[in-house]
Design a protein around this ligand. Sequence first.
Ligand SMILES: [Zn+2]
Length: 375
Amino acid sequence: MEPTPTIPAYGGSSLADLPRSLLGALGVGDGNVLGLEPARRVCLFLVDGLGAELLRAHADRAPFLSGLTSRVLTAGFPATTVTSLCSLGTGVPPGDHGMLGMLLAVPGTGHLLNCLRWTLPRGVEPMDPATWQPATTVYQQAYADGVASTYVAPAAFEGTGLTDAVYRGVSYVPADTVDARVAGVKAAMAEPRAHVTVYYGDLDAAGHMTGWGSEEWLDQLAIVDRMAERLAETLPPGSALYVTADHGMINVTEKIDAETVPALVEGVAMLGGDARARHVYTVDGGAADTLAAWRETLSGKAWVVSRQEAVESGWFGPVVRQRWLGRIGDVVAVPYADCAIITAASHPIEALFTGYHGSLTPIEQHVPLLEVSTR
Ligand SMILES: [Zn+2]
């Protein structure tokens, strides 16, 4: 029997509910649905790929994090970095902000935009980040209310399309080492009021390459744990540190190459999304046949639904704006079994991964919200 998808708890306890709650704690706006306690300074430590179930399974390697006050949030759909970063940057669900996966059709063009690397096919005009993601960010809102926002992250991400789409309004502090990130946070948190985000990406990278729970991943978990402890040690009085993640991860035992299975190729114009949340864009008039073929081929392994079913089931949020509908596949294929839908010819490196994320399983959806405070 098909398992039940974990529908993100939009409006209650999803990642999209966190940013306005953080601002609410700072006295900005009235969107504190998570009921965070007031603080003069808040720091969000965003650990890419630190799923709540992954942390729980390896609590012994993260004694500091495991000892903190914790609750669980749902990431949002798809459970992928670009979508979650945009939910954190806008404070609204994916159906509202429109960052609906990693590889998305640019409607009317026949092209896919890689929202992570901000690349289009060679020769195509670059995409303007503010056109693709026009919503005001929470950082811009905080600034309008007198609170500056700081983002401490790798230098390589400064000025990228994704950063300009989701972090508009931050003061960007480039920092490539743990020491530099802790120092960057300490400096920003010294202000009378502060709203700081610090990012760590290497845990997710290790999970992709060798799987979560591998020695490489556990070494990264230990680094994250120590970094969180150091961030906590730098907190001035009246501050709070929150630790969360953009998604969890699953180690796969099977890969289905969608470019080599005839039933998955027939009628497909473009294949987007992520390996565990595929947007299948069909040729004109081909949606019903493609839906049937993908359903049959992936029977027992994936939820395979029409665009309309995905929207009506609330996967992307309570509503999807009309203008974003064309970014969703005519068919949406979301594995619940331990498998990835790869495209080895088009994306050879991603096809080699062990760990993947994107789907509506608890291990991918559940992220921790951990708290330390000096209030
Ligand atoms: Zn990842």
